[in-house]
Design a binder for this molecule. Structure first.
Ligand code: GLC
Length: 735
């Protein structure tokens, strides 16, 4: 594609610099040094002055960053500015819901606005590069990093990943407040065996392309500046050394021309994987694969000069990777404006930040149950409530993982949010009952039960502390930790209606408590303003609108379990599903079942992808398509009527799913291809329409080429992935 004048100017600058750079200075641009505690050291200053550092990690003080930049720009030979990286994952000072929670909002605008706020806050501290969005497809809730993801669906993760990149990078990368984004971790990290972090992944290329690559392709197409290699071993070759990923797919096919950064120490870890015998070989493998920058390990700094001098690495390869680094710096405008305009830390105090954090929390909460319309609560009808549980009054634990720079005093706990909203009208009795979410002690359970007995309703705050999810924090048993399930049972003994409010970094297995809870709000880790948001939902100032971005298993043994699964040759769909307690004694071996399900769990999840209740009552009718056929170059309009037959106005996330009934490779039983948040007044019916093109239906076939094949497609519109309002159309020509 023809380069613009600006792009040509950048390429000219790069070529000129590379011509003038020594080998040592080239290697320096590929070296990212970590400031352990964020402070400056003589060693780093000298390295920067010598042109041996291209980026730093974890410097978070504007004065320190400006000092580092001044050394790079004014004291090194070529004056090349530094990239300053940091994990700004779901807020910087003002913490928003964890990405999995933000995904439950199904709101690209909100995700973009949150990233924009974080970028503005971070850039005033000198940060010009964040290691987000994390767009790994996660189908295993045992994996702690599902918290950082946008969940199990490629389409939802693509839309929200692009929104987050737009938020961080803005419309003008050179503008103050814009920072480089990083789509991570490329690729397939979410399929880590056993849900154990950093573990092996084995993913056929067709599945990589149809599922795991999709969000990254969308990120590259939207202009993400950088990509991070995943720690994981992919089909026997760790991503950090995987030429298929970093050259064939990223550069050759997708024409990505930004930075590929290793993950932290992932280059020397190639020895731990058993791919390389020593660090020198690891550095050789990573450069050959196409990793532009070494995060923190120093492997490139130590070995590349020898590898080039010894003829193991062609300097032309190094020049290409150095060009990637210089290109991103030029696109950020760092050569012109390397310094941070130090701004007083007024963002957090900024009410807009708090309002955005509250809106994000409001829209991320998913109502999983509401028997007898227990919610919303009315201060007119109640006189006393019991607030119980280890996470009720903890504004720190509600923040979630990856909150390095949070203003932990900015948060409002759930109890405080309830008191602020209803404290004058209600008698609120608080019992923590458990010291932490992991506590095993039932010493305070009698007190909790008595408090429940003396209240009109119980608000039971359960879930996981932040540390129980996130990187390296995986669990083999994903039910409520500690003695929380016992606490639910003991509170239930009081006979008072119980609302469960669950704060967690993953889908939990709720099977053994769900029947003892009359209503459930699932709030993920809702961030600093989780308290006010949850209070507003509990008392009906807003209706819950969140929808699940990941499937909730009935049992951990069902994992991996996700909605867009393949059908298998023997799907469990009918009454042949006989469960373990219903099997006749001495039943003949083939007398029942013989389809794809577990005797002790069936085949359905506890809660399906896309599910979420509202205070309104939504129904769908009258699905139509603009044509029964779709040919090359054409598009199809699919519509349905959405009615609010309830008594309150509310927002529904309308979802569009398709199924390619027969194709040259098996396709999922459902695929999300559209969604929209629609506000509907009580008694109102609105028509919701989606436009589908042939390209929207495309998948990677046996030859791993993208195509749409002729044949029957089924289509559904509804409020979750089990929507049953459907129709069908024919694709008459593929591309
Ligand atoms: C971590 C994570 C990565 C993060 C990086 C820098 O180990 O895997 O997501 O951005 O190191 O902190």
């Amino acid at each position: 594609m023809k380069q613009t004048a600006e792009e040509q100017s950048i390429e000219n600058r790069i070529a000129d610099l590379i011509r003038r750079m020594t080998v040592a200075e080239k290697i320096g641009q590929m070296n990212q040094m970590c400031l352990g505690d964020g402070s400056l050291s003589d060693e780093i200053s000298q390295q920067i002055r010598a042109g041996r550092v291209g980026a730093v990690l974890n410097a978070v003080d504007a004065d320190t960053v400006n000092t580092l930049q001044r050394i790079a720009v004014e004291e090194s030979r070529l004056g090349i500015p530094l990239l300053v990286g940091r994990d700004v994952i779901h807020g910087y000072r003002m913490i928003l819901p964890i990405p999995l929670g933000q995904a439950a909002s199904w709101n690209e605008g909100l995700v973009e606005a949150g990233a924009r706020l974080a970028a503005l806050e971070a850039s005033t501290h000198g940060i010009n590069w964040t290691f987000a969005p994390m767009i790994d497809i996660a189908r295993d809730a045992r994996w702690g990093r599902i918290a950082e993801s946008f969940g199990e669906d490629p389409y939802l993760a693509s839309q929200l990943g692009v929104a987050m990149i737009r938020g961080y990078q803005g419309d003008d990368l050179t503008a103050a407040g814009s920072i480089a984004a990083c789509a991570k971790h490329f690729a397939g990290y979410g399929a880590s065996e056993g849900g154990r972090d950093y573990s092996t992944t084995n993913i056929p290329e067709n599945e990589l392309r149809n599922v795991y690559f999709r969000p990254f392709k969308a990120a590259v197409d939207t202009g993400v500046c950088t990509i991070m290699a995943s720690f994981s071993d992919l089909n026997g070759i760790p991503a950090t050394a995987n030429e298929f990923l970093m050259r064939q797919v990223l550069r050759d096919e997708w024409e990505f021309d930004g930075i590929v950064v290793s993950d932290y120490n992932s280059i020397p870890q190639l020895c731990d994987h058993g791919l390389t015998a020593d660090d020198r070989q690891a550095a050789c493998e990573a450069v050959t694969a196409g990793v532009s920058m070494d995060m923190a390990s120093g492997s490139y700094e130590k070995h590349l000069e020898g590898l080039i001098g010894g003829g193991d690495i062609d300097i032309a390869i190094v020049d290409q990777l150095v060009a990637d680094v210089l290109r991103v710096k030029a696109r950020l405008g760092l050569f012109e404006n390397p310094y941070t305009t130090v701004d007083s830390d007024n963002t957090v105090a900024n009410t807009d930040a708090a309002r955005l954090a509250r809106d994000a929390a409001l829209q991320s909460v998913v109502m999983l149950k509401n028997d007898d319309r227990l919610l919303p609560l009315s201060t007119e009808k109640l006189s006393s409530i019991a607030v119980i549980g280890p996470l009720a009054d903890d504004s720190y634990e509600q923040l979630g993982t990856w909150i390095f720079d949070a203003d932990i005093n900015a948060g409002v706990s759930c109890l405080q949010g309830i008191r602020n909203l209803a404290g004058d009208a209600l008698d609120i009795h608080y019992v923590k009952a458990l010291e932490t979410s992991r506590s095993q002690s039932s010493d305070a359970f009698d007190e909790a039960r008595d408090a429940a007995r003396n209240a009109d309703v119980v608000l039971l705050f359960l879930g996981e502390e932040s540390i129980l999810s996130g990187e390296a924090h995986c669990r083999a048993d994903i039910s409520l930790p500690g003695a929380q399930a016992e606490l639910v049972r003991r509170v239930r003994e009081a006979g008072t209606p119980v609302v469960g409010v669950i704060l967690a970094g993953r889908p939990l297995v709720l099977t053994d408590v769900i029947d003892d809870l009359d209503a459930v709000l699932y709030a993920w880790h809702p961030g600093a303003m989780g308290g006010p948001a949850i209070a507003e939902l509990l008392f009906g100032l807003e209706s819950p609108s969140g929808k699940l971005p990941a499937t909730f298993p009935r049992a951990v043994g069902q994992i991996p379990i996700y909605y867009n699964q393949k059908n298998s040759g023997r799907p469990a769909i009918g009454n042949e599903v006989v469960l373990i307690d219903d099997i006749p004694v001495r039943a003949a071996q083939t007398s029942f079942g013989m389809t794809a399900y577990h005797l002790d769990a069936g085949f359905k999840p506890l809660f399906a992808f896309g599910f979420g209740l509202s205070f309104a009552e939504f129904s769908y009718s009258n699905i139509t398509t603009s044509s029964d056929e779709l040919a090359i170059g054409e598009s199809l309009i699919v519509s349905a009527d959405l009615s609010n037959t309830g008594f309150v106005a509310a927002t529904e996330v309308v979802q569009l799913y398709i199924r390619d009934v027969a194709a040259s490779v098996t396709r999922p039983v459902r695929e999300l291809k559209g969604f929209r948040r629609i506000h509907v007044e009580p008694g109102q019916t609105v028509k919701v329409s989606f436009e589908l093109s042939i390209a929207d239906l495309a998948f990677y076939g046996r030859d791993n080429r993208l195509r749409t094949e002729p044949g029957e497609f089924q289509i559904w519109i509804g409020g979750d992935s089990t929507a049953d309002l459907g129709t069908a159309f024919q694709v008459t020509g593929g591309e």
